[in-house]
Design a protein around this ligand. Structure first.
Ligand SMILES: NC(=O)c1ccc[n+]([C@@H]2O[C@H](COP(=O)([O-])OP(=O)(O)OC[C@H]3O[C@@H](n4cnc5c(N)ncnc54)[C@H](O)[C@@H]3O)[C@@H](O)[C@H]2O)c1
Ligand SMILES: O=C(O)C[C@H](O)C(=O)O
Length: 344
């Protein structure tokens, strides 16, 4: 029995993600929560002839608590998306509060659930979830994940383009490490399961790196004010959730890329810190999953000089983004204490 929950389930990502989770045969219960439209989305999905029992709730009558009760896996795509000209960090002001409130709901109702954060800016929203859990005394770094799968999906697709065979894209695995925004997205193309053509020019290599780092912008520009990636994100989110669900059910040896607290695996973190030459609290890398969440953070592996340069650019930015999330929660709690205890 596995209960999966989507918070933000009526949105551009939430609806197709809920559809894909309803089609996942490992999931027996699907809880949908949003501030609008979830009863309709749930009624619609409930007619699909797959096992998951679907329920949709809105905020009144403790809807968040009802949705989260008994949850094993919680996916969060709630929050505003970008418009052209915006960075993911521009979303922080609105999305930080949304993620903090939802994290509070999870910490109080389903503190043992695996939490999969999609809401941007992921580099800062994942630290927000971690800090809220710490405040509630239920922090387990093995169970909090930033969903960076879309970067990896894009890297597979774009490398297949360069190799001239799109049929191969599903087999191509390219580690994409760091974080999930612009220069913090670092594709390790030298570790691609399918090597790049040896005669690839420097400028074509740079274009490929740029495309993986700024793939999100391509979609934002094409949607022209109507939001950012939703369908590809739903695909990536469902792939990631499927792996987490299978790990929770006891399948061994599942490896996924994810932006995780490095405290999840102190030994892995020590090696990664050595590889990076810098200590960070969160980093996206390949991690191995078990029934209790992360069991191992993999090392970075061999990187080229060019990739090391990309990492040198990424790390200070990532550190800043992490601190933004941590500070936000500290300030919110300080303000709540000043205003009175009932505020959080
Ligand atoms: N991690 C990634 O790779 C990735 C990829 C694409 C988009 N995103 C991010 O995902 C988020 C959602 O994108 P979208 O296109 O689905 O946006 P959207 O506006 O279509 O949907 C967001 C949904 O969140 C809901 N919502 C708002 N406040 C809420 C709250 N307090 N509780 C519950 N639900 C709430 C809204 O009602 C809406 O239905 C954005 O922040 C976007 O930047 C991340
Ligand atoms: O680009 C965005 O704002 C959405 C998402 O993070 C993406 O990578 O597509």
């Amino acid at each position: 029995m596995v209960k999966a929950v989507v918070l933000g389930a009526a949105g551009g990502i939430g609806q197709p993600l809920a559809l894909l989770l309803k089609c996942n045969l490992h999931i027996t219960e699907l809880g949908l929560y949003d501030i609008v439209n979830t009863p309709g989305v749930a009624a619609d999905l409930s007619h699909i002839s797959t096992p998951a029992k679907v329920e949709g709730y809105l905020p009144p009558d403790d809807g968040l608590k009802k949705t989260l009760t008994g949850a094993d896996v919680v996916v969060i795509p709630a929050g505003v998306p970008r418009k052209p000209g915006m960075t993911r960090d521009d979303l922080f002001k609105i999305n930080a509060g949304i993620v903090k409130d939802l994290a509070t709901g999870i910490a109080t109702t389903a503190p043992k659930a695996m939490v999969l954060v999609i809401s941007n800016p992921v580099n800062s929203t994942v630290p927000i979830v971690a800090e809220v859990f710490k405040k509630h005394g239920v922090y387990d770094p093995k169970r909090i994940f930033g969903v960076t799968t879309l970067d990896v999906v894009r890297a597979s697709t774009f490398v297949a383009d360069v190799l001239g065979d799109v049929r191969m894209s599903k087999q191509i695995v390219v580690p994409v490490v760091g974080g999930h925004s612009g220069v913090t997205i670092v594709p390790l193309l030298s570790q691609s399961s399918h090597p790049l053509p040896p005669n690839l020019s420097t400028s074509d290599y740079q274009k490929l790196v740029q495309r993986v780092q700024f793939g999100g912008d391509e979609v934002v520009k094409a949607k022209d004010g109507a939001g950012s990636a939703t369908l590809s994100m739903a695909y990536a989110g469902a792939e990631f959730a499927d792996k987490v669900v299978r790990a929770v059910k006891g399948e061994k040896g599942i490896n996924v890329p994810s932006y995780v607290p490095l405290a999840a695996d102190p030994a892995g973190a020590a090696q990664l810190t050595k590889d990076l030459g810098k200590e960070l609290e969160f980093f996206s890398n390949t991690v191995e999953l078990g029934t209790e969440g992360v069991v191992r953070i993999h090392p970075l592996g061999p990187v080229t000089d060019k990739e090391r340069e990309l990492l040198q650019t990424a790390l200070p930015e990532l550190e800043k983004n992490i601190q933004t999330g941590v500070n936000y929660v500290a300030e919110a709690y300080k303000k709540a204490e000043e205003d009175g205890p009932a505020r959080l």
